[in-house]
Design a protein around this ligand. Structure first.
Ligand code: ATR
Length: 275
């Protein structure tokens, strides 16, 4: 069967903006992409993926809570997915093997460097959190050659684990790990990759990590400021960004992986921001 069916798989998934983003990409590029959302039962991710490709589906995005399972299920993984330990993009190669990729890190870095014009090279970067979301972006962040990258987390041993996992990708960047209170600034760029806001919490970093020249980036997004960004603004951060651009950029990179066509993103980000 020949079709151009793509989907995002998650649980829950009804809130996902991916179908809207990919239809905007399809309209803009003229690619005949049909993109839906599939809620997989929590115990049936693998079956859902197999069924989708068996029916001729072309590519999947994977979201919470299945990104690690997607990584495990794949026959092959891109280098960036391998290190991320999680996959947000699946497709089949010419032999019918399931291939996993991870476009989240590139999405973050593109949003920061291209859309916001913030260079990471030589800068002091603080990354908050040490879960799957942070593991997914550390490789692409380090590839930008920051002067220093500090991973701070509530559970310090997890931050230390990530620092040692990515040591070989740090090159000349000074890569270190600590608890929130031990991160002493100011930093040029602070990236919040914790899920603290889901519990209505803020990662308890010292106010001194933020200065008037600090760029603060929350990987989450919300209609208004995220709680972390509202806090950063109160501390006088120079620039405050949320993760909507990252969401659109990771989608654009998945679209490029599947279709070999890179959509334009600025108009899509603007459209999502306004509606
Ligand atoms: P994700 O896929 O979103 O990264 P995760 O792997 O569960 O999810 O990681 C969640 C991250 O947010 C972790 O860094 C977690 O800290 P711990 O490693 O100490 O658990 C962090 N986090 C979650 N709730 C938090 C809170 N209330 N305050 C601070 N950090 C929190």
């Amino acid at each position: 069967m020949h079709n151009n069916l793509y989907a995002v798989v998650g649980n829950p998934v009804s809130h996902s903006k991916s179908p809207r983003i990919h239809s905007l990409f399809a309209a803009q590029t003229g690619e005949p992409v049909e993109y839906t959302a599939i809620q997989a039962p929590l115990e049936e991710f693998a079956e859902t993926v197999r069924e989708f490709f068996a029916k001729g589906g072309k590519g999947l995005n994977v979201t919470v809570p299945f990104k690690e399972q997607a990584w495990q299920l794949a026959d092959h993984r891109s280098g960036r997915a391998e290190k991320a330990g999680a996959a947000n993009t699946l497709y089949q190669d010419g032999q019918g093997h399931l291939v996993a990729d991870n476009t989240d890190g590139v999405g973050l870095v593109t949003d920061l460097t291209v859309n916001a014009g913030v260079s990471l090279a030589g800068r002091r970067v603080l990354v908050l959190g040490a879960g799957g979301a942070v593991r997914g972006v550390l490789g692409p962040l380090l590839a930008e050659k920051p002067g220093a990258l500090v991973v701070a987390n509530r559970t310090v041993v997890k931050a230390e684990g990530l620092a040692s996992l990515f040591r070989d990708e740090a090159g000349d960047s000074e890569l270190s790990a600590c608890g929130f209170a031990a991160a002493t600034g100011p930093f040029d760029i602070i990236i919040n990759g914790t899920s603290a806001s889901l519990q209505g919490d803020l990662p308890p970093v010292a106010p001194g990590v933020v200065s008037s020249s600090t760029v603060v980036y929350d990987m989450m997004y919300a209609a208004g400021d995220t709680p972390f960004n509202a806090w950063a603004r109160q501390q006088g951060a120079g620039k405050v960004l949320d993760g909507l651009g990252m969401l659109v950029e990771q989608a654009a990179e998945s679209f490029r992986v599947w279709r070999d066509v890179k959509p334009e993103t600025a108009s899509v980000i603007a459209e999502l921001r306004n509606h």
